[in-house]
Design a protein around this ligand. Structure first.
Ligand SMILES: O=C(O)CCC(=O)C(=O)O
Ligand SMILES: [Fe+2]
Length: 239
């Protein structure tokens, strides 16, 4: 075990966990350079006001694999998800540049429901502080019921579209994480980027992981990358 039983319980109960010093400086620098090669300050802003560069793995499989399969990330994930884990290419797989004053934060979930679960990992390439718009989240909100309404372009669920959830918006807490640290959360936790009141950027990579699906006999290699263990199949339809 890399995480303690208390940390695992914290993740399950509150829905998130911060792991400091997960990514070493050289890998952090290499990833920052990669993002800088693909980012232009003129890039269009996302719904919540950030520049988001999607399909990062496809843009540079070598450097992205080095990051998303790095043991500083995968080892804590093993304690949460078991020994067989895939990185998904079709949710997140993105670099984010949260620029000064740009964001219009909206709390949301990254997936619709728990039985098709996902874990979101945000790797901070620069310090994420209260001032420059660190991620905010509502602890324990992974246990709230299903709030469907799929978005037109896929993605999760916006809290502000559900009147029943309005009072919870005030319960979001900021989670500062120094560069090289990661925030791991149950993708059902309501969260958002924070407003950047500083003069600099807050650069990060957002990644989605899940356990290998023991009932999927034909994993789609074009949409998931094994990062540890093996692609097991345990369906009892094999005669
Ligand atoms: O960058 C952040 O702090 C949050 C990003 C996020 O929620 C997302 O990309 O889905
Ligand atoms: Fe999100």
């Amino acid at each position: 075990m890399m995480l303690t039983a208390e940390e695992v319980r914290h993740f399950r109960h509150n829905g998130y966990l911060v792991v400091r010093h997960a990514v070493p400086d050289a890998l952090l620098k290499q990833t920052r350079e990669l993002v800088q090669e693909h980012w232009s300050p003129a890039d269009e802003l996302s719904e919540d006001g950030q520049v988001k560069l999607y399909r990062m793995y496809e843009r540079d499989p070598g450097r992205m694999h080095a990051l998303v399969a790095h043991r500083g990330i995968v080892e804590p994930l093993r304690d949460l998800l078991g020994p067989n884990i895939v990185y998904v290419l079709n949710r997140h797989n993105q670099a984010t540049v949260n620029g000064p004053g740009e964001s219009r934060p909206r709390l949301h979930r990254d997936v619709l429901q728990w039985s098709r679960g996902l874990v979101t990992v945000i790797v901070y390439l620069e310090d994420a502080t209260v001032d420059n718009g660190c991620t905010r989240l509502v602890p324990g909100s992974q246990y709230l019921p299903f709030f469907g309404v799929p978005q037109p372009e896929g993605g999760g669920t916006w809290m502000d579209e559900h009147a029943e959830l309005r009072d919870l918006a005030d319960q979001a807490v900021p989670v500062p994480v120094p560069a090289g640290g990661i925030l791991v959360f149950d993708s059902l936790v309501f969260h958002s980027v924070g407003l950047n009141r500083s003069t600099g950027t807050r650069m990060s990579v957002t990644a989605g992981y899940r356990s290998v699906d023991e009932l999927d006999a034909t994993p789609d290699a074009t949409r998931e990358i094994l990062v540890t263990g093996e692609l097991i199949y345990r369906g009892n339809d094999r005669g």
